[in-house]
Design a protein around this ligand. Structure first.
Ligand SMILES: [Zn+2]
Length: 420
């Protein structure tokens, strides 16, 4: 039976750190249960002092109350955070994968594990304050109160400050697990970073990703190898490519772009097609959630009603519906950006293949199925031309990240790709 860390692909070092921390946390709980009322400061106070810099950190990877999981998208930041949470709630203190503590944490139903997933572009201060407040309560299961914040880089400044206060003066049994791309100040504030222990995850090698697809998802080995390479180390993306024909179709369309660029008009057409494909993909991905939320809200508000107070209730309902629409709109924007970014990563992979071929570098291509086309590009453009095109794609990603309108950035990129 695999334990809770089995889904962390190619992350041996991080898993080792988390196992030691979980063992140390279990020892803390045992000590607390053995001497419940001595009145003396217990091990937890020592942990808090350590975190505040008053005592030396334990180099052996002992427990602490605030962690940041960093790594590129798809490396498994949130998978690692959830597995660690399970190990902390595990009846055996190991993350056995079998006990109720492990099971409920992994399926998202543990009463003492709260997961924050931003729906829009950012996590707001009200959401964070409410969360911090609830996180301060005594764990109902007698172990730890755990808050997992996915995409901690999307905290607003005010929300970050609310979180910082909680991390600076942590309730005795509360553990914060943050996930972010990196510890760069753009992603996580320096003050939050200084209070947390960092667990860096690396981009898993394609071989390790392919193994998971074969072993856990039952994907055929040749499909798994292709999908793992094409997804460039992103486990979830590799799984989708291996199993979802729609995802494969969208990727094919993106990789057809380079040979469609025959002139200015064609470049602008390709830009429109890419933007519209991202919009369609995003729409499909949020439509179901949007409809379910609207239905739930309407049920909660009790559709109709003519008695006393109905007019007031209607006014309140209009406000709530407006709030919901606002949240859904920002979620759709985020989904569109994510879809467009995935397309750009695929495109960058193609030009990277052309570059490594022009340089005769002994590395495997990202996209084995367009290797011939990349080879033709390498001959036509040479290394310099391939590099300029790769840079054009990366600049487009950076521009969109910096809030340039996607259509403008993509049109500029397509023209650069055509001109070279
Ligand atoms: Zn367990």
């Amino acid at each position: 039976m695999p334990d809770v860390f089995a889904d962390l692909v190619g992350q041996d070092e991080a898993v080792e750190t988390l196992r030691r921390a979980a063992a140390s946390a279990a020892a803390v709980l045992r000590a607390a249960h053995a001497a419940p009322s001595t009145g003396k400061p217990d091990v937890l106070d020592a942990l808090v002092e350590e975190a505040a810099g008053k005592a030396p950190a334990d180099p052996g990877g002992a427990m602490t109350h605030a962690w940041i999981f960093t790594g590129p998208p798809g490396s498994g930041r949130s998978v690692a955070a959830r597995a660690f949470a399970a190990a902390l709630q595990c009846a055996h203190g190991t993350g056995c994968g079998r006990c109720p503590g492990c099971h409920t944490t992994m399926t998202g139903t543990h009463a003492d594990v709260r997961l924050v997933v931003p729906e829009g572009l950012s996590i707001g201060v009200n959401e964070m304050r409410a969360l911090v407040l609830r996180a301060a309560s005594t764990p109902s299961g007698g172990r730890w109160q755990i808050v997992i914040i996915e995409d901690a880089d999307r905290l607003t400044e005010a929300a970050g400050n609310a979180l910082l206060k909680a991390i600076e003066e942590p309730p005795p049994r509360t553990v914060f697990l943050l996930c972010a791309p990196s510890t760069h100040p753009d992603d996580v504030s320096v003050t939050i970073r200084s209070r947390c222990r960092v667990v860096p995850l690396r981009q898993p090698p394609p071989v390790a990703v392919a193994e998971v697809l074969v072993g856990r998802d039952g994907v055929a080995p040749d499909v798994a190898a292709w999908a793992a390479a094409a997804a460039q180390g992103h486990v979830g993306r590799a799984r989708r490519l291996a199993r979802d024909p729609e995802a494969r179709k969208r990727r094919d369309a993106v990789l057809a772009v380079p040979r469609r660029l025959t002139g200015v008009g064609a470049a602008l057409d390709a830009a429109s097609a890419l933007i519209e494909a991202a919009e369609a993909e995003a729409e499909a991905s949020v439509a179901e959630a949007d409809a379910a939320e609207r239905a739930a809200l309407q049920t909660a508000l009790g559709a109709g009603g003519t008695g006393r107070g109905a007019a007031g209730a209607m006014r309140g309902a209009a406000g709530q519906l407006k709030d919901l629409e606002k949240r859904q709109k920002s979620r759709a924007t985020r989904a569109q950006r994510d879809a467009l970014d995935r397309a750009l990563v695929d495109l960058a992979g193609f030009y990277r293949d052309a570059l490594t071929m022009a340089l005769r570098a002994p590395v495997a291509p990202v996209h084995t199925d367009t290797a011939e086309m990349a080879e033709a590009g390498a001959r036509k453009w040479d290394a310099e031309g391939a590099l300029r095109r790769l840079e054009a794609v990366l600049e487009c990603r950076a521009a969109i990240e910096a809030n340039v309108k996607p259509r403008i950035a993509v049109e500029a990129m397509m023209l650069s790709l055509w001109k070279g």
